[in-house]
Design a protein around this ligand. Structure first.
Ligand code: ADP
Length: 483
C-alpha cells in the first residue's frame, strides 16, 4: 500500500510532544511491514538531529496555491534511519513560514499550516504515484480532508482514503472563513463552522470530511464522546461516531530501548537490571543532587500546560520532600504565567540536595531521566494516550498516573486495579486533587521497602509489549476498509 503520513512533527528531528513519536513509530513500523510510506512535514529551520541530517533536495520548484497566486516550494528528503525517510516541504513564500526558530507559537500559525497542507496536496498531485491512504494528524493537517474532495483534487484523489487522527481535542485550529479562500477551498463550509460562531473549525472540518477518524486510545475515544471531553465538538463527534475509533499508541521500541539507548551511560534490560542503578547515580551527580541509597527518585517529563496537572505536579514535589523521595522535573512551558511559577520554584530549589527542576525541552536528558528514575508521575487532568508512562515502563521506572484516557488503558495499579499482582505495573489515582497525589505517593513509598516486589514490578513493566506491532495492524485494517 502507498501510505502518506502528514503532520507538523516527527521525532526525533521536529518534536514538541507525543505526536512526533507517533509519526516516527507508526511510519517506521508500516515501512518494516513492507508498505511504501512517505512522511511529509515542513522544513523547519530548527530541525534537530543527533547525527548529521543528510538532506537532499529532490525538487526545487513545486508550485502551490496560496492567497490567490502560485508560490514555489522545494522538496527535500532525509533518511532518519533504515526504516524512515522523511520528506520536507520548504515554501519559497516571502513570509518564511518555517524559518522561525520554533515549530509553533506564531500569530500566523493558521496560515503556516494551511499553506503547508495545501502545498502537500499540490506536491502529491504533481507526483506520479497516487496514495492509497493519506493519513493526516491534528488540526495542522486537517484541512486536507476537505480540500482533497474539492475542485482540482477531487478526481485525482477519488480513490485515496483519508484517515484523520486526533492526538488532542484541545487543539482545534479555529480561524476565519477567509482562511479557506486563501487555500482555494470552494466547497461547503457550513458543516464545519465552529459551534455558535461564524468561525471555521479546521479539526471539525477534518472530522466531517475524513473517511475514518481515530484517536489515540480506547478510553479517550469514549471520553471525547462526552460533553466534557469533546471540547465543544460533541455534536459533530456523535454524528460521525460510525467512522470513529480509538487505537492505542505504540512505542518505537528500537528508539526507546534501555539496552542500546545512545543517550544513557549504562545499558540494561529486564534480565540484567542492575546497571539501571548506575544511571541513577550518574544523573544525581550530573544534577548536583545527593546520592541516597534509600530514597526513590521520582521523575516527571512533561510539557507544563494545564492538561498535565501543573498544580498536582507542584503537590507531588512538596509531598516527595515530606516523604523522603527525591524529585526531578524536566518540563517546558509555553505559557509565560506557568513558566514564571516554575522558574520561581526552580530557583527556590536550585541548591536543594533532593530536588531539581529543569525547565527545558531536552531529548537526551529525558532519556537519562527515564533510565535513572525509580518512579515517574503523570497526574494529567486528561490524557489522550500519553507516552511518558509507556517509556517509563520500558525503562523500569514505575509509573504513577491519574486514571484518565490512555493512562487508564496502560497503567494497572498493584492494589486498586482488581488485577493479580503479575498483571499490574504501577500506581494510579482517580481524583485530580492534591490529597489523592499525597495518598498515591505514600502507597508507592511504602511499596519501595519491599525490594523483591519492587524488582518484580519493574520487570513486569519492562517485559510487556508496547511496540507498534499490534497498533499498526489495527491501522492497516482501517486503511483497508472501503471508503
Ligand atoms: P504530549 O504529546 O501531550 O506532550 P505524550 O506523553 O504523548 O505527551 O508525549 C510526550 C513526549 O514528549 C515524550 O516522548 C516525552 O519524553 C517528550 N517530552 C515531554 N516533555 C519533554 C521535555 N521537557 N523534554 C524532553 N522531552 C519531553
Amino acid at each position: 500500500m502507498h501510505i502518506v503520513q502528514i503532520a507538523s512533527e516527527v521525532a526525533p528531528i521536529a518534536k514538541v510532544g507525543g505526536l512526533a513519536d507517533v509519526m516516527m513509530g507508526l511510519s517506521s513500523e508500516l515501512t518494516r511491514k513492507g508498505h511504501d510510506v512517505s512522511v511529509l512535514i515542513p522544513k523547519y529551520d530548527c530541525l534537530t538531529a543527533s547525527h548529521d541530517l543528510q538532506l537532499k533536495k529532490i525538487l526545487s520548484d513545486v508550485p502551490s496555491y496560496f492567497q490567490g497566486t502560485l508560490h514555489g516550494n522545494s522538496i527535500w528528503q532525509a533518511k532518519i534511519d533504515d526504516s524512515l525517510t522523511v520528506t520536507f516541504l520548504e515554501p519559497h513564500h516571502a513570509k518564511r513560514f518555517f524559518q522561525r526558530g520554533a515549530i509553533y507559537g506564531f500569530q500566523d500559525d493558521i496560515d503556516r499550516f494551511l499553506y503547508f497542507s495545501r502545498a502537500c496536496l499540490d506536491y502529491l498531485k504533481a507526483s506520479e504515484k497516487t496514495p492509497d491512504v493519506i493519513h493526516i494528524h491534528d488540526w495542522e493537517a486537517a484541512s486536507i480532508a476537505f480540500l482533497i474532495r474539492d475542485g482540482e483534487f477531487k478526481e485525482r484523489f477519488a480513490k485515496t482514503k483519508v484517515v484523520l487522527t486526533i492526538h488532542n481535542m484541545d487543539y482545534q485550529g479555529r480561524c476565519g472563513p477567509y482562511h479557506l479562500q486563501e487555500i482555494g477551498y470552494t466547497g461547503e463550509k457550513e458543516s464545519f463552522r465552529h459551534p455558535n460562531s461564524t468561525d471555521v473549525n479546521l479539526l471539525k472540518g477534518g472530522i466531517v470530511y475524513a473517511d475514518r477518524v481515530t484517536t489515540v486510545s480506547p478510553t479517550y475515544a469514549k471520553e471525547v464522546l462526552t460533553d466534557e471531553g469533546a471540547k465543544g465538538l460533541l455534536d459533530v463527534m456523535l454524528q460521525n461516531r460510525q467512522k470513529f475509533s480509538g487505537i492505542l499508541n505504540g512505542l518505537d521500541v528500537r528508539y526507546w530501548n534501555p539496552e542500546s539507548d545512545a543517550f544513557i551511560p549504562h545499558h540494561y534490560s529486564a534480565t540484567r537490571i542492575e546497571p539501571k542503578k548506575e544511571n541513577k547515580w550518574a544523573l544525581l551527580k550530573e544534577l548536583g543532587m545527593k546520592r541516597k541509597d534509600d530514597a526513590p527518585l521520582l521523575a516527571s517529563v512533561t510539557r507544563l500546560v494545564p492538561q498535565k496537572g501543573v498544580t498536582l505536579l507542584k503537590a507531588a514535589l512538596q509531598y516527595s520532600l515530606e516523604l523522603g523521595i527525591q524529585f526531578v522535573l524536566l518540563g517546558a512551558a509555553s505559557d509565560p504565567r506557568i513558566e514564571e511559577e516554575f522558574v520561581e520554584l526552580a530557583h527556590e530549589y536550585k541548591n536543594h540536595p533532593d530536588v531539581r527542576l529543569i525547565l527545558q525541552n531536552q531529548e537526551p536528558l529525558a532519556h537519562r531521566l527515564y533510565a535513572a528514575s525509580d518512579l515517574l508521575i503523570v497526574p494529567s487532568i486528561f490524557e489522550p494516550c500519553g507516552l511518558t508512562q509507556l517509556i517509563a515502563l520500558r525503562y523500569g521506572s514505575i509509573p504513577i498516573v491519574r486514571r484518565t484516557g490512555g493512562l487508564a488503558d496502560t497503567v494497572f495499579d498493584i492494589q486498586t486495579s482488581g488485577r493479580a499482582f503479575v498483571e499490574t505495573n504501577g500506581f494510579s489515582f482517580d481524583s485530580a486533587d492534591v490529597e489523592s497525589v499525597r495518598a498515591v505517593l505514600m502507597r508507592a513509598y511504602q511499596f519501595w521497602s519491599d525490594k523483591k516486589g519492587w524488582n518484580q514490578l519493574m520487570k513486569q513493566g519492562m517485559s510487556a509489549d508496547y511496540s507498534w506491532n499490534k497498533p499498526v495492524e489495527e491501522y492497516l485494517n482501517l486503511y483497508l476498509l472501503p471508503i
